[in-house]
Design a binder for this molecule. Structure first.
Ligand code: IMP
Ligand code: MG
Length: 173
């Protein structure tokens, strides 16, 4: 599996160090508010699991599954929600956790639904990676693990056609 990679971009130690900083910032910002985390599956599985264990708040965890890449490295431009109903987020302070901010289509679509029909009180966004490229929607993240160039990466949750998610580092395919 590892031999398919061009290079390792972010190693496990760097990920762990950065998670501690992100966790401290999130913990400080949600002292006064009841936090509900919405982890976007499958990409944020490892990131959310590791990050949330560093946050000593009495938070609630919900998940959402969306598909915006239908295999391959090209975005389809469409975001489909894999469940009919959203979790109950009415009046809640929601922190969305996702793997990567790329075109912004996915996070924009999720945020619209949370602030619209779901009636969340506030929505913030935390991503492991933010790609340095033009966004197709007006959206940014409040907490960012790492800025990366406009290249396709895998590992630590990120996949290519469903594979490589379980790599303990982030690499370029
Ligand atoms: P969006 O283009 O910002 O809507 O990102 C949608 C989704 O595409 C992300 O949540 C990832 O699952 C996937 N994605 C975007 N860039 C990459 C990448 O470099 N590697 C793996 N998945 C990616
Ligand atoms: Mg994906």
């Amino acid at each position: 599996m590892q031999q398919d990679l061009k290079k390792i971009l972010i190693d496990p130690e760097a990920i762990w160090k950065r998670l501690e900083v992100l966790a401290a910032a999130i913990t400080a910002n949600y002292q006064e508010k009841e936090l509900t985390v919405l982890a976007v599956l499958n990409g944020s599985l490892f990131f959310a699991a590791d990050l949330l264990r560093l946050i000593p708040l009495s938070l609630k965890l919900e998940t959402l599954s969306v598909a915006s890449y239908h295999g391959g490295t090209e975005t389809s431009g469409e975001v489909s929600f894999n469940q009919e109903r959203l979790p109950d987020l009415k009046g809640r302070h929601v922190l969305i956790i996702d793997d990567i901010l790329d075109t912004g289509l996915t996070l924009h679509a999720i945020r619209e639904r949370l602030l619209g029909e779901a009636g969340a009180a506030s929505v913030r966004i935390c991503v492991l990676l933010r790609k340095n490229r033009e966004r197709l929607r007006p959206i940014d993240a409040d907490y960012v693990g790492f800025e990366i160039g406009n290249e396709f990466v895998v590992g630590y949750g990120l996949d290519y056609d469903g594979r490589y998610r379980n790599l303990p580092f982030i690499g370029v395919l």
